[in-house]
Design a protein around this ligand. Structure first.
Ligand code: TXE
Length: 476
């Protein structure tokens, strides 16, 4: 079995007591990697190392061009190790290799390139004042950022947090999800190879409650917490952050509504709607898990959509031909299975799909589910979609907004006025019109309600990972 250690102060290390846990490959359902299991002691060492690297090391004092050069070097190394990184996420959580190696790895590299360049090119306001003074703004690093990551897009979401934190001169302690530890250790090894000084990027493995995750969020030596995961965990982390007045950024769950109007280009709508719910086996906070189709095209849409769902290739996620892998873990499979098994008792019917072998759930299309039912209200986080007909624009806006989440929404229409009108009325951090999951790193990303607090991306990440300072000078 491969071994993945913590990376603390420039070295890959074991836990002080030698504790480990294993990561299970959800396709073979066998352990494939042994991982150092950290707790409060390892968090203490990592935060101390990050603190030293921030207070005394070269990283925050380095010019932005030099920091950017090292982060671009790291991006190069990520691409050079695309096979290794992609396979690590695929073995940890069953994501098809075409998605991990083909999508997440390049996006991880791009995160470092984008935020390095963004920091370098950022301008700051200068404010001429009538009083014979002027003021200008400095964006200064905040210190040690704690990043807590989920298992559904391990490398991509970790780098999404780490890249802006580092680009702005902070140091980082990352706690990856316990189901997906491998790519984080590989990333930290590559960061050292790229020339990032010791202590700038630290990784501590472990669980959440009563383990490394909790110890990290409660540690008095951290200055920011950035978290992606479940809404309930977000509340706990928010309370921990409040305990020591640390700003927190929370990207939580979602229950994305997806409206297909009768005037939509149906080929386009079917193709994106399939991606919206079945990419990564639906284990996506942005998943389009509530599909609404205007009544005149309902039957045609359902026929085409279920045919496309049934044509998806399930199998070994390590193969290029596989489009849908198993669910990420036994615990998670059981959760999703619980939803599939209760469709009839909740009043719906399964049009296609259902349970597969092992930890597979086939692309599952449900109709007839009441809007008040669990399947329409809770984040299933699997390849399971409810499809509901609607008649009017007002009706579908009300249905889509009838959720405690507010992360994203999709709509398909060829009517330009409707596209703008409905986009404005939806309560969502992102609205995709005639597409899905297209992202510009300058755009705000995050959600309302139970989907989180704060935004990431471009200037939004800058606001979070810096302390803006006003310097006021007398001219005469
Ligand atoms: O999430 P958790 P889980 C949703 C999805 C999924 C459900 C549960 O619905 O079925 O959450 O997934 C760490 N202090 N999403 O259990 O528990 C934990 O170790 C500090 C949505 O994996 O939130 C891991 O690193 N850390 C989502 C991370 O938090 C704690 C992505 C996420 O774990 C902690 C993933 C604590 N008290 C799941 N408790 C999205 N928004 O994309 C846990 N952790």
């Amino acid at each position: 079995m491969e071994f993945f250690g913590h990376v603390i102060d420039g070295a890959e290390v074991k836990s002080s007591g030698g504790e480990t846990f294993t990561s299970v490959d959800p396709y073979t359902r066998e352990p494939w990697a042994e991982v150092a299991l950290g707790g409060a002691a390892e968090v203490e060492r990592a935060v101390a190392a990050a603190r030293r690297a921030f207070d005394e090391g070269p990283w925050p004092r380095m010019g932005r061009a030099e920091r950017g050069r090292l982060l671009h070097r790291l991006a190069d190394l990520i691409l050079e190790h695309a096979d290794e990184l992609g396979l690590a996420d695929t073995r940890d959580m069953g994501k098809p290799i075409t998605q991990s190696r083909g999508n997440d790895v390049p996006r991880a590299a791009d995160n470092f390139r984008f935020f390095a360049d963004h920091a370098r090119l950022t301008t700051a306001e200068t404010l001429p004042m009538d009083s014979g003074h002027h003021a200008y703004t400095r964006y200064e690093p905040v210190g040690v950022a704690a990043a807590i990551a989920p298992w559904n897009f391990p490398l991509m979401l970790e780098t999404w947090k780490i890249a802006p934190a580092l680009a702005w001169g902070n140091t980082v302690v990352l706690k990856p999800a316990e189901d997906t530890p491998a790519s984080a250790t590989i990333l930290a090894r590559l960061a050292l190879e790229a020339g990032l000084p010791p202590g700038v990027l630290n990784v501590v493995h472990g669980y959440g409650p009563d383990s490394a995750g909790q110890a990290l969020t409660e540690h008095p030596g951290i200055d920011r917490i950035t978290f992606t995961g479940e809404s309930a965990t977000g509340r706990v982390i928010s309370a921990a952050a409040a305990g020591h007045l640390v700003p927190v950024s929370l990207e939580l769950g979602g229950k994305g509504g997806n409206a297909v109007f009768a005037d939509a280009d149906l080929d386009n709508a079917v193709s994106w709607s399939i991606k919206a719910i079945f990419t990564n086996a639906g284990q996506v906070c942005l998943a389009g898990s509530r599909l609404y189709v205007q009544r005149p095209v309902f039957d045609e849409f359902i026929a085409r959509f279920t045919a496309a769902a049934e044509a998806m290739c399930l199998g070994d996620p390590k193969l290029d031909s596989t489009q849908l892998g198993p669910l990420a873990s036994k615990t998670h499979y059981r959760k999703v299975r619980g939803y599939v098994e209760t469709v009839a008792e909740e009043g719906g019917s399964v049009r296609s799909g259902g349970l597969g072998d092992g930890w597979f759930v086939r692309p599952t299309v449900i109709t007839g589910m009441p809007a008040t039912g669990r399947h329409q209200r809770e984040e299933i986080f699997g390849p399971v979609v409810t499809v509901t007909p609607f008649d009017t624009e007002d009706e579908v806006v009300a249905l889509m907004n009838d959720t405690r989440y507010g992360l994203n929404a999709m709509l398909f229409t060829e009517n330009l006025s409707r596209a703008h009108r409905v986009s404005a009325r939806l309560r969502a951090g992102t609205v995709w019109v005639n597409c899905f999951f297209v992202r510009d790193l300058r755009a705000p990303f995050g959600g309302a309600g139970d989907s989180g607090v704060g935004r990431e991306g471009g200037t939004f990440s800058r606001e979070f990972f810096t302390e803006p300072k006003a310097v006021v000078m007398q001219i005469d």
